[in-house]
Design a protein around this ligand. Structure first.
Ligand code: FES
Ligand SMILES: [Fe+2]
Length: 460
């Protein structure tokens, strides 16, 4: 079968699941069952088949060019956060496959996006983020208003052929959701609301627009962008890549779902991995969740009747109460403990509940063999106060270690484990003489991504 086949006619095994407690079973035992949101009870999975993926999707320059034309120039994609450009005149440069887009807050309640190029001889209008009263090209001084209309033509007598009414900056389309600013370069594109589908309803209890960007780290990888992205779309790699987590993570008991243009995985924490040959105690599970080092005392001593998930939930609610106030009373253990990681095609990965993580992956410049991974922490804040300012981006180069970004805390060491494999994946793909073989269930999110990608690249 092909990747574009309708899921309802797929033939792969629909039933096989790991031994151990399934995610819905764990929800039944939440200490706050009445708080478990409907969206965690939602299950939406159909087989997308078992065909191998062509390795050329990761290695071929021609495929990258196909992606550029058929995907990046036509798909809705996240360009920045609204709090990156809070004030009128704030600008943000978003680069994708050699095209630069300039996001501008042109009025208090209006964000516009322009191709970042001067209409005279093409110099990019803005080289970096920052505030501007006008958009003036540094080369000869052609100047535009923030709303994109032409403001000044230098030596206008020499440009009688320039019709000022027609010299507005060409715009990209803008979509807004969850405090994210999306762009689309295709003037005939699907409306943003239909593209994003039901995803906003999944985040109603955890509104991402009520967050601010407290950390933003970007690292460059010497790999195709999908190699990096796909390392963060399943928990199947935990057993081999992050074995220190196994005592407290239901890696192979994760739940995977997909619908429309988004997919989701939920990996439960505070529950043992089914890979273990012993049954850890609740204390051992909690120690694994709380990243206890072997030479440290436990973060909390669990007494009789206390469970790792219950204590994680209680601790999480206590920590969140400072900013969420009464709203913490409505949170379940699951929302405090579990890793709930969504993917909106093609490259945005907001995490659910009050885990702060959002990832974005994209090609580096116009390279098929280099990419950028970004990790943002979107934190809730006291809504009675103004939204705190967003942090600027912190860049890490190919050879920089994630621990050079201490703002990522515990995640930096986990990311190092992930990153170790990735250049070697890219190398191996050059030698592989077959396609990529995916698991039927645990690699659902990757399959779903490629199923959609296959449809995009075949469009006229
Ligand atoms: S290229 Fe911009 S003013 Fe000449
Ligand atoms: Fe990982």
């Amino acid at each position: 079968m092909t990747l574009t086949q309708d899921p309802s006619s797929a033939s792969a095994d629909r039933g096989a699941r790991s031994p151990g407690a399934g995610y819905q079973d764990l929800l039944d035992n939440d200490t706050r069952p009445e708080n478990v949101p409907v969206v965690l009870r939602w299950q939406s999975w159909q087989s997308l088949g078992d065909a191998d993926l062509p390795r050329e999707r990761y290695t071929s320059r021609a495929f990258h060019e196909l992606e550029t034309e058929k995907l990046w120039k036509r798909v809705w994609q996240m360009a920045c956060r609204e709090e990156d450009i809070p004030d009128v005149g704030d600008t943000c440069v978003y680069d994708i496959v050699g095209i630069s887009v300039l996001l501008v807050r042109s009025a208090p309640d209006r964000i516009q996006g322009y191709y970042n190029a001067c209409l005279h001889r093409g110099r990019q209008l803005r080289d970096h983020d920052g505030n501007a009263a006008e958009l003036r090209c540094a080369f000869h001084g052609f100047c535009w208003n923030l709303d994109g209309s032409i403001k000044q033509v230098p030596c206008e007598w020499d440009f009688p052929h320039v019709v000022k009414a027609e010299w507005g900056l060409p715009e990209v389309k803008i979509g807004l959701w969850g405090g994210f600013v999306f762009i689309n370069m295709d003037t005939d594109c699907e409306p943003f609301e239909s593209f994003i589908g039901d995803l906003p309803s999944h985040f109603e209890k955890w509104p991402l627009e009520q967050r601010f960007k407290a950390a933003h780290v970007a690292k460059i990888f010497p790999t195709n962008w999908k190699v990096v992205q796909e390392a963060f779309m399943e928990a199947f790699h935990v057993v081999a890549t992050h074995p220190q987590l196994l005592a407290g993570i239901g890696d192979a008991n994760s739940q995977y779902d997909w619908s429309g243009n988004f997919s989701r995985a939920i990996t439960p924490n505070g529950t043992p991995s089914p890979h273990l040959s012993f049954v850890p105690t609740e204390q051992q599970m909690f120690d694994a969740v709380s990243d206890r080092r072997l030479d440290e005392p436990p973060f909390v001593e669990l007494t009789d009747g206390m469970t790792a998930r219950g204590v994680t939930g209680m601790g999480g609610r206590m920590a969140m109460a400072q900013v969420l106030g009464d709203r913490t009373d409505q949170l379940s253990d699951a929302e405090m403990a579990d890793s709930i990681y969504y993917t909106l095609f093609p490259n945005l990965h907001p995490w659910g509940a009050y885990n702060r993580i959002t990832y974005r992956f994209r090609p580096y410049e116009d390279r098929h063999d280099m990419s950028i991974m970004e990790c943002m922490f979107l934190e809730p804040y006291d809504l009675s106060k103004p939204k705190p300012p967003a942090v600027p981006i912190h860049w890490l180069g190919v050879d920089d270690d994630w621990t050079e970004a201490p703002e990522l805390g515990l995640l930096a060491r986990v990311f190092n484990q992930d990153s170790f494999n990735l250049p070697k994946v890219q190398k191996g793909l050059g030698s592989l003489r077959k396609g990529i073989t995916l698991a039927n269930y645990q690699e659902t999110k990757i399959r779903h991504f490629h199923w959609l990608l296959g449809q995009w690249i075949q469009r006229d």
